[in-house]
Write a protein that binds this ligand. Structure first.
Ligand code: SF4
Length: 173
């Protein structure tokens, strides 16, 4: 988790389920054991230009980390790309639109920046079970290079047994 800043205020936001101040910061020793890392927030792409640089720096300093992914609602990523920022530090993008504005922006973004997404190893597009707009868009559009995954809002925050949740201590509001 690189920031708790977000351009959304989802009623069931998982960031409301724990005390951010109590999430541990990763140690070097810990990072040296990691194979796959997902950068998340908040919304990582609100930290303009830095999100990609963080991924590149992690890759340089921790060659053991083979996969670096990033999680976004989509709108901030679209604005980030429009500002000329790169996503080439990532192995893949996971997009999880939260509302119709996100979906509109995701459709526009995947059309305008398709070549940049094509370069990445593994992209995912989530939609929520109760998201009628999202479901309809998934059924009526082709998302080449994206794995489509249906999700539901989990009222309980827990990480799987083989994952650890850590935060960077700097970009907090
Ligand atoms: S987009 Fe994610 S971090 Fe932001 S309010 Fe919604 S659930 Fe929370």
């Amino acid at each position: 988790m690189i920031t708790n800043a977000c351009d959304h205020s989802c009623p069931m936001c998982c960031n409301k389920l724990y005390n951010i101040d109590e999430i541990p910061v990763p140690t070097v020793k810990e990072l040296k054991t990691v194979n796959t890392l997902c950068i998340t927030g908040g919304e990582p792409f609100l930290i303009k230009e830095v999100a990609n640089d963080i991924a590149i720096a992690i890759r340089v300093h921790y060659p053991n980390i083979k996969n670096i992914y990033v999680y976004t609602s989509g709108t901030a990523l679209y604005e980030y790309l429009q500002a000329g920022c790169d996503i080439d530090g990532f192995d893949g993008i996971t997009i999880c639109p939260k509302n119709s504005n996100d979906w509109d922006n995701v459709l526009a973004m995947l059309h305008e920046y398709r070549n940049q997404f094509k370069e990445l190893k593994s992209n995912r597009l989530y939609y929520f079970t109760n998201d009628k707009i999202g479901k309809e868009i998934i059924e009526t559009h082709e998302f080449k290079g994206f794995k489509i995954i249906e999700r539901y809002w989990d009222p309980v925050f827990k990480t799987p047994d083989d994952e650890i949740f850590r935060r960077l201590p700097i970009f907090y509001v």
